[in-house]
Design a protein around this ligand. Structure first.
Ligand SMILES: Nc1ncnc2c1ncn2[C@@H]1O[C@H](COP(=O)(O)OP(=O)(O)OP(=O)(O)O)[C@@H](O)[C@H]1O
Ligand SMILES: [Mg+2]
Length: 305
């Protein structure tokens, strides 16, 4: 059985300029212990879809017009605000593109990490502190004990993202929703954070709904890909199907734009690691057409070796 099943979800915004149908009749699921990625250009409705599940759409101007979202035996869209708050704080956690939207700049990291455990009475101060230190260590923060006393501004963007992942995981959620968590980071740090999310997902057996506008970013981590365009799901399937046999013109467009970038970027450090499914497609010809039209042979990629 799926961990999360979204059916026929529609969300609109009523503003002075008229009604915008941000999300229209979309359906998708997240399986237990796996990563579903939602991909699409800016404005395609990725964030609105996820915020609607957690009751985070401002109403008005927003409005959930239809749909259901079954998670652990209840329909998230039918829960009261109080019930949803409980789900948000425990079974479903969310991380955002900008960690500062979640981290309080005036509170020490340790206080922020332990707060949900103390507020919900899940652990006493000592146990909560021990759990926070262990989690900071797990997400790759060096000297986790001293990090507990630091303020968010003392960390780099990548470190703050790691802290936010720790915060999201402290209540041991079953589902993690990650809304473009690596978009603001440079390529090397982005790859590290992606690997971290993947390894935590595997280690903790949780389901992840991962949002990105970049198909290549999710290529290495997704078990299922959902492609959105202008509020609609236009295609969904396994990564191998999407990368080798995309049916919808919009998905093909997303793929070809990545291929173009791949051509330009191949040879750059870390590029092949991030782009390997596309690299695999290129491997069928065993040659690469450079941006200037010239060709050169490539060594076989990871999948073809
Ligand atoms: N508060 C709001 N008021 C009015 N319209 C909104 C509001 N929030 C979102 N929308 C509409 O919903 C559409 C989808 O927005 P959403 O934030 O889901 O896009 P997205 O796919 O997450 O884009 P991005 O990659 O830029 O984050 C927007 O184009 C906008 O028209
Ligand atoms: Mg968004």
């Amino acid at each position: 059985m799926s961990l999360l099943t979204v059916n026929d979800l529609s969300v609109s915004f009523v503003t002075r300029n008229g009604t915008t149908k941000a999300v229209q009749n979309i359906s998708f699921s997240v399986e237990p212990k796996s990563i579903t990625a939602i991909i699409g250009e800016s404005g395609s409705g990725k964030s609105v879809s996820c915020y609607a599940l957690l009751g985070l759409i401002p109403q008005p101007p927003g409005r959930v017009d239809s749909g259901s979202a079954h998670f652990e035996g209840s329909d998230l869209l039918a829960l009261s605000e109080r019930e949803l708050r409980n789900v948000r704080g425990s079974d479903i956690a969310m991380i955002f593109q900008d960690p500062m939207t979640c981290l309080n700049p005036y509170m020490r990291i340790g206080e922020q990490l332990t707060e949900p455990l103390l507020v919900h009475g899940v652990a006493d101060k000592e146990a909560a502190t021990a759990r926070a230190v262990a989690l900071l260590d797990e997400v790759g923060i060096r000297n986790p004990e001293s990090a507990m006393n630091a303020y968010p501004f003392e960390f780099s963007g990548g470190m703050r993202q790691r802290v936010m992942i720790a915060m999201a995981l402290i209540t041991e959620p079953k589902l993690l929703i990650a809304d473009e968590p690596t978009t603001a980071l440079d390529v090397t740090i982005q790859a590290q954070i992606l690997r971290l999310i993947k390894s935590l997902q595997e280690k903790r057996d949780i389901g992840v709904l991962f949002i990105s506008h970049d198909l290549a970013v999710v290529s290495d981590i997704a078990d299922q890909i959902v492609v959105m365009e202008k509020g609609h799901v236009v295609e969904q399937g396994l990564p191998t199907d999407i990368f080798s046999g995309a049916q919808h013109p919009y998905t093909q467009k997303l793929l070809s734009s990545r291929l173009h970038l791949c051509h330009v970027a191949v040879g750059g450090r870390g590029c092949l690691a991030l782009h390997w499914p596309l690299r695999h497609i290129l491997c069928s010809g065993d040659e690469l057409r450079e941006g200037n039209g010239s060709r050169r042979n490539l060594p076989p990629c990871r999948s073809c070796k």
